[in-house]
Design a protein around this ligand. Sequence first.
Ligand SMILES: Cc1cc2nc3c(=O)[nH]c(=O)nc-3n(C[C@H](O)[C@H](O)[C@H](O)COP(=O)(O)OP(=O)(O)OC[C@H]3O[C@@H](n4cnc5c(N)ncnc54)[C@H](O)[C@@H]3O)c2cc1C
Length: 292
Amino acid sequence: MIPAAFDYIRAGSADDAFAQLQRLGADARVLAGGQSLIPAMRFRLARPAVLVDINGLKDLDYIRIDSGTLSMGAIARDSAVERAPWIQERKWSLLHDVSRVVADPVVRQMGTVVGSLCHNDPSGDWTAVALAARAELVVRGAAGERTVGIDDFLVDSFTTAVQEGEMALAVRFSVPDDRTAGSYQKVERKVGDYATAAVAVQVSLNADGTVREAGIALSAAGPCAVRVAEAEALLKGQAPTADLIKAAADAASRKSEPQADLRGSIEYKKNLAGVLVSRGLRQALARLGVQS
Ligand SMILES: Cc1cc2nc3c(=O)[nH]c(=O)nc-3n(C[C@H](O)[C@H](O)[C@H](O)COP(=O)(O)OP(=O)(O)OC[C@H]3O[C@@H](n4cnc5c(N)ncnc54)[C@H](O)[C@@H]3O)c2cc1C
């Protein structure tokens, strides 16, 4: 199919984009990489009257590490994350893993991290990663810029804290310390497919080897990505033993609320969520030199 008729505005600056969005309200949608919005329009699942294209906004095309924060602007592409030199550092292993399995290389060339978070697909990859890493979004609204933690940002399937007339400017991740590692575990039918189940894990250890903080989140496990707070709490302050990992995996299986589809049954996907949490925790710990 071809999309319904729409008007197109190429924003000249972030201020211009924001002014257009404020003026047009519910009629307008931000066009970032277009890798989700354009297919949705072609299937007539989305029928925006106006697209406000932000691809020309070079001041939103950045990835920088500054004062303990990694910031990605609204048109930082997946491919730029994948190619960033710092992504090879152990502390960024969660972002390293995900940057190689979102969609396929062609989609990653255009798709943006912020766009993916704004899209909030139930099976998206970046949403689970943002939860596990406790990211935050910078959103520009009528009252100015505000920062929204990822738990509040992800509201429901395809719904976020970005309101009509607003736009997300950036996503921010705290720079992990050197005793931090992560893992992204995704089962997909083939390269370029959405997850059958996926798990994001990030673990920070104390000097004595106990867990200082754990981030564990699931994708393709409900209306949108979900934090497994029970598993995080189980690990915190404890030595990460095999029994504890098993308990965290069981908590993830219980938390997972997938839908049955061509990728698998509910029972299979719930079990898979637990298996992937176990694998993810073991891989993150192995990256920190801890056998579990
Ligand atoms: C073949 C194919 C396979 C894919 N496989 C996967 C996969 O395995 N895993 C996965 O996670 N994704 C997958 N995707 C989706 C892809 O990752 C998209 O890039 C991503 O979901 C959206 O990013 P985008 O920059 O293209 O956003 P767009 O498509 O431009 O926008 C998506 C939505 O977010 C809104 N939006 C975007 N930016 C902003 C902003 N700054 N402020 C406010 N609203 C904004 C738009 O208005 C729109 O509603 C796939 C896509 C394709 C085409």
